[in-house]
Design a protein around this ligand. Structure first.
Ligand SMILES: Nc1ncnc2c1ncn2[C@@H]1O[C@H](COP(=O)(O)OP(=O)(O)OP(=O)(O)O)[C@@H](O)[C@H]1O
Ligand SMILES: [Mg+2]
Length: 502
């Protein structure tokens, strides 16, 4: 490609082609000439073009059609329209359809050159941006299984990249289900220890002596039942990484031994006398507030500070909702494959529900919701029905379906009618209690009362089954009755048969 760029000129007038050819060639552009839209397109399809200068008025395929087709070949080609008439409409239409700019005939040479220079500049920028994005993607693709493009997750990725190569202790914080274990594994597999062991310690509720024997091993006869010597997890993790799944679970009495390994990289087996040296990288995760534990003297201060060398804080899912669609896609794919249901999609309504929800269980909860939906789905899409109750707790209001008659409608009448029906239904749902209805509609009681009067919605005495007529009124607070203008009966039903309101 020519250094200044390649420009395609499409014009049916020979003289215009010659003028533009001379002008652009002199500026150092590589110029291709076409005398019709068809010919221009053939060139655009055959070779890389940076910009095109296209005449609007041409017999056969006109300039706008050429513009559309060129954009189909390569969206990035900057198209400059040339119009004989200062017809703003055509120019605007062209811009809307993706033209870069337009020039009116007769044009000054400089005018064309300036517009073209800007156009080519933009083409360059777009290309550069794309390359940059590509790089970014490559950079993060090593975390292929950790999904997230939000700013918060990028910071996490950057931290992993920076911290992984060293042997420094890493503490990963974050609520349950935010991906702490995933991150721990990513740190290991991006470190020089990747080919060595990654050992997980689930300290759970093990009693301290059992936990210690797991961690440090024991010698023969260290305690009753220690018939054989045993290697501990630290020894197994030698040259690799050891991951403490919940560091807050390590009992106070085990903490000094842990601290010693962290500092000295050596320890003794239970009952042993020999120091064993290991080269391990310690990664710890927690979803508790270790600082608070330290204040409550459940975590040793020295251990606390030893742990806080490099910390990675994982955001809760509700703090990075923009990642939800991506995560959904990821899990749809994962569970779609497992269940032989490829190409499943979420309906926009279902996705909305997921975006609204706060996800106290974070990504784990989202993953479970998608797995369940995939397994239960029968069609090609996952709709709101397949979203579990707890996620759907958002109040849903379904607008009634309507058809617009060809002759149109009277907007004011229709909305007034809708308003009246809405109030009637709400009053019914509220057992006729205006105050409650106002709450349901999030209106001030006085406002609702005004509307009721305006729409001439009349209270009607409901015939109660037991013969008593005003059961509802009986439980009404006195204050509520005052609001109703002292009406004895608060039960309202559809005001059938009442006069049409004005
Ligand atoms: N960013 C993410 N991308 C893809 N999957 C994720 C992500 N974060 C978490 N997950 C998935 O969610 C589940 C929970 O993740 P993980 O076990 O790492 O969470 P955790 O923070 O260790 O939770 P806990 O504190 O309960 O142990 C796993 O199945 C994991 O694969
Ligand atoms: Mg975990």
């Amino acid at each position: 490609m020519n250094r200044n760029g390649t420009v395609l000129v499409v014009d049916d007038e020979e003289i215009m082609r010659e003028i533009l050819d001379a002008l652009l060639a002199r500026e150092g552009y590589e110029v291709r000439l076409a005398s019709s839209g068809q010919e221009g397109l053939e060139i655009a399809r055959a070779m890389p073009i940076d910009a095109a200068v296209v005449d609007v008025m041409m017999p056969g395929m006109d300039g706008l059609a050429v513009l559309d087709e060129i954009k189909k070949v390569d969206e990035d080609i900057a198209v400059i329209m040339i119009t004989a008439f200062a017809s703003v409409e055509t120019a605007i239409a062209a811009m809307k359809r993706g033209a870069f700019d337009y020039v009116t005939k007769p044009f000054k040479n400089d005018e064309v050159l300036v517009v073209l220079r800007n156009a080519i500049e933009r083409v360059r920028l777009v290309a550069e941006n794309r390359a940059l994005r590509q790089n970014l993607q490559e950079r993060y693709s090593q975390f292929g299984n950790i999904i997230g493009r939000s700013q918060r997750m990028r910071q996490v990725f950057d931290l992993i990249i920076q911290a992984a190569p060293s042997r420094s202790t890493i503490l990963i914080g974050g609520e349950s289900g935010t991906g702490k274990e995933l991150v721990a594994r990513a740190i290991h597999s991006n470190s020089p220890r990747a080919s060595r062991a990654f050992i997980t310690v689930n300290s759970g509720n093990l009693p301290p002596d059992l936990l210690e024997s797991n961690l440090f091993g024991h010698v023969k006869g260290a305690f009753t039942g220690a018939v054989y010597p045993k290697k501990g997890l630290f020894e197994l993790a030698d040259k690799g990484s050891i991951f403490f799944d919940e560091i807050g679970n390590i009992p106070l009495e085990t903490q000094p031994k842990l601290l010693r390994v962290m500092q000295e990289r050596e320890f003794m087996r239970l009952g042993g006398v020999e120091n064993i040296k290991v080269d391990v990288r310690i990664i710890a995760a927690t979803n508790v507030d270790l600082h608070r534990m330290m204040e409550e003297q459940r975590c040793r201060e020295d251990l606390y500070y030893r742990l806080h060398v490099i910390t990675v804080q994982l955001p809760a899912l509700r703090e990075r909702k923009e990642d939800i669609p991506l995560l959904v896609q990821h899990f749809l794919h994962k569970y779609g494959e497992e269940n032989q249901k490829p190409d499943l999609e979420l309906t926009p309504g279902a996705l909305d529900l997921l975006l609204e929800y706060d996800w106290p269980g974070n990504v784990r909860e989202l993953e479970n919701v998608i797995e369940r939906a995939v397994v239960l789905s029968t069609g090609a899409t996952i709709d709101e029905e397949l979203v579990p109750e707890q996620v759907r707790n958002r109040p849903v209001f379904k607008m009634p379906q309507f058809t617009l008659p060809p002759e149109g409608i009277w907007f004011n009448d229709v909305t007034a009618d809708f308003e009246r029906r809405l109030i009637e239904s709400t009053l019914e749902a509220a057992g006729g209690v205006q105050k409650r209805a106002a709450e349901l509609l999030h209106l001030k009681p006085t406002t609702l009362n005004e509307m009721i009067k305006r729409h001439d919605i009349r209270p009607r005495r409901r015939r109660a089954e037991n013969g008593s007529t005003d059961e509802a009124a009986a439980v009404e607070p006195a204050e509520e009755r005052r609001q109703d203008g002292g009406a004895e009966v608060d039960v309202l039903v559809n005001g059938k048969g009442r006069k049409a309101d004005g």
